[in-house]
Design a protein around this ligand. Structure first.
Ligand SMILES: Cc1ncc(C[n+]2csc(CCOP(=O)(O)OP(=O)(O)O)c2C)c(N)n1
Ligand SMILES: [Mg+2]
Length: 343
């Protein structure tokens, strides 16, 4: 497994301190998602894919606000979070294409990305599952006497799952260092939020658990980071969890080839006008960190980098069939393939 052999994820995370790199990473996420859609059509991907184009500001805003040894859980819609946290393009595309070069050796696929070096627990297909796991990671951090925190990223649909309510209550009572980040993209699979959810704003549910609940512009990376920084500081001070609701939108359908015909007319166009990449690019131009005509060349350059990563992936092998039972169960004799978080 190529996981611990490389400093690249940590270096990529460190690089995110630069505002220009934050923009580049958001473009990279978009380009990777577009390439994955194409790879799926070309037959290189088994199973499913769940793209997060449009939600890049949440990924990068969260990643830039926490330390590499903080823990993150997220769902199948996790390619962008993995890239933002520092997993390499080869690690992500390789995993999704089921190649040994992937971040889980090609055994996990699109829904099971992982990188201990930057705190990414394996992403999960079961919605709501990451919330209690984040509570457990927060308890472990406290038991070890550290000021590390855990972040659980999940969707609006997941806020109707029992594990959401149990986790918020549990974390509030124990004042656990957790930040609950809800990406409200208005849809759970093919169902618009008002058909499944009794409240318009998920953040109001924080009231039931006596914790802060904040509505955040999920298209603006700086708004995401500002809300995160407040919640992270509160968690590190031992004052307990927060619930942040990121208002955002997914440009693609739920998964694979879903054409998303259930959208309201004009809805996609309205969100495209508040594209997170454009919003940050405009700010960087105003801050003179990007030339007025610098966005398109940056996009082209990033697409080239993603294309080179894709070529590397497609030239690399699939795992051998003998690997099929690796990691199936955890045991003390797991050998060198064990994932180790926090030593
Ligand atoms: C426990 C559980 N129930 C049902 C499903 C099927 N399922 C997959 S995605 C999804 C919708 C989730 O929507 P949301 O939480 O808003 O996340 P998004 O896909 O919008 O990121 C459902 C119900 C599942 N994966 N896990
Ligand atoms: Mg959703």
């Amino acid at each position: 497994m190529n996981l611990s052999n490389s400093n690249a994820p940590l270096a990529r995370r460190e690089a995110l301190k630069s505002r220009l790199e934050q923009l580049t990473r958001m473009i990279e996420i978009r380009s990777v998602e577009e390439r994955i859609q194409k790879l799926f059509g070309e037959g290189h991907i088994r199973g499913s894919t769940h793209l997060a184009s449009g939600q890049e500001a949440v990924s990068v805003g969260v990643a830039r606000s926490i330390d590499p040894d903080d823990i993150v859980t997220c769902t199948y819609r996790g390619h962008g979070h993995a890239l933002a946290l520092g997993v390499t393009t080869v690690g992500v595309i390789g995993e999704i294409c089921g190649r040994t070069i992937g971040c889980a050796g090609g055994l996990g696929g699109s829904m099971h990305l992982v990188e201990p070096a930057v705190g990414l627990l394996p992403t999960a297909a079961i919605i709501g599952a990451g919330l209690p796991i984040a509570c457990g990671a927060a308890m472990a951090a406290r038991a070890r006497g550290t000021d590390r925190i855990a972040v659980a990223i999940f969707g609006d649909g997941s806020a109707n799952i029992g594990a959401f309510h149990e986790s918020l209550n549990f974390a509030a009572v124990l004042k656990l260092p957790v930040v609950f980040v809800c990406e409200n993209n208005l849809y759970g699979e093919y169902t618009r939020i008002e058909l499944s959810t009794a409240v318009e704003d998920i953040a109001v549910r924080a009231t039931s658990y006596n914790i802060p609940g904040v509505i955040v512009d999920g298209q603006d990376v700086d708004a995401v980071a500002a809300a995160m920084e407040t919640a992270v500081a509160r968690a590190r001070r031992g004052e307990g969890p927060s619930l942040l609701e990121m208002k955002t939108y997914r440009y693609s359908g739920h998964s694979r080839s879903d054409p998303a015909t259930y959208r309201r007319p004009g809805e996609l166009d309205a969100w495209l006008k508040r594209d997170p990449v454009d919003i940050l690019a405009e700010k960087l131009i105003a801050e003179k960190l990007l030339a007025p005509d610098g966005l398109e060349p940056l996009k082209a350059e990033t697409r080239d980098t993603v294309e080179r990563a894709t070529e590397e992936v497609l030239a690399s092998p699939h795992p051998d069939m003998s690997e099929i039972l690796s990691h199936v169960s955890a045991s003390s004799s797991g050998g060198d393939r064990k994932f180790t978080f926090w030593g």
